[in-house]
Design a protein around this ligand. Structure first.
Ligand SMILES: C[S@@+](CC[C@H](N)C(=O)[O-])C[C@H]1O[C@@H](n2cnc3c(N)ncnc32)[C@H](O)[C@@H]1O
Length: 259
């Protein structure tokens, strides 16, 4: 549950009763948590306060015919991306498609794309707990033959576990909106020589979120070894805060060998 933006001490004595009421009317709910911080840190996790039921934060989230085991305290997860994940899963596949999900978390984008399109996916995350859940979710959703999970920092693309991804991917999902620009060089390095699609997520506070998002993406690509072939789509995924939006740019790009 989300509390008021400005914490109100007068509400404190009532949270337990509010949590119990949620349990009473939702037969599948056993514990209720209050968000106790913003999403922070490299692994994009947040503090939670248990207000009713056992203080056990592992849960199962179901969306778009898939199930995801996850621990709300130890990994990132946003149920509000359900529509966006379904959109990405249903984009028609490219010939001989290989997907790289650079910031896979517990696997919601990777698993849904693999399941709907039957395409292979390499799913990377730096958070070892997220990758443990990712591996479990790959099994639970019957895509173990399609999804390869790797626990690593995508900054290491081209080395170690991530050495054989270079110039192989034809679709790249970049769902780390706070820092995606930092990893655009690795994304371009992973693209096939004849190019592929990057789904690039970012936050913007500008009054023209769509124009700003595509312009910033194009500008960033120009400073590295990347070439824009076309932009397929730019859209607002969700409002994030007052006057702040999460946007996605779907762009067909090629590595540039002349820069
Ligand atoms: C915003 S979450 C998205 C997770 C997932 N795509 C989803 O929709 O639930 C970003 C993820 O990137 C991971 N991450 C952050 N920095 C990373 C890095 N340098 N290399 C790989 N993963 C990273 C975090 O652990 C986190 O799980």
């Amino acid at each position: 549950m989300e509390g008021p933006k400005d914490p109100n001490p007068a509400l404190e004595p009532y949270w337990g009763a509010i949590g119990q009421a949620v349990i009473a009317v939702n037969p599948v709910v056993t514990s209720v948590f209050l968000k106790a911080s913003a999403v922070t840190g490299e692994f994009r996790t947040r503090d939670l306060t248990c207000i009713a039921g056992p203080d056990a934060s592992e849960t199962i989230h179901k969306e778009n015919d898939c199930s995801f085991y996850l621990d709300l305290r130890k990994v990132f997860f946003s149920p509000r991306l359900v529509t966006e994940r379904a959109r990405v899963a249903h984009i028609p596949k490219l010939e001989d498609e290989l997907v790289l999900d650079m910031f896979a978390g517990v696997g919601p984008f990777a698993i849904q794309r693999a399941k709907v399109q039957g395409v292979p996916v390499i799913a990377v995350d730096k958070n070892p707990v997220a990758v443990e859940y990712l591996q479990r979710n790959v099994q639970v959703n019957h895509v173990a033959n399609l999804v390869t999970s790797i626990c690593d920092d995508v900054a290491h693309l081209g080395q170690g576990n991530l050495s054989d991804i270079v110039h192989r991917a034809s679709r790249i999902i970049m769902n780390l909106p706070e820092r995606a620009f930092q990893f655009l060089p690795q994304a371009v390095q992973a693209l096939r020589p004849n190019g592929g699609i990057i789904h690039f997520y970012q936050f913007t506070r500008e009054s023209d979120p769509l124009e700003t998002s595509s312009r910033k993406f194009i500008d960033a690509l120009q400073t590295i070894k990347g070439e824009l072939v076309r932009i397929d789509r730019v859209k607002i995924v969700k409002p994030y805060a007052p006057h702040e939006y999460l946007t996605v740019v779907d762009a067909f790009c090629r590595p540039s060998f002349s820069k």
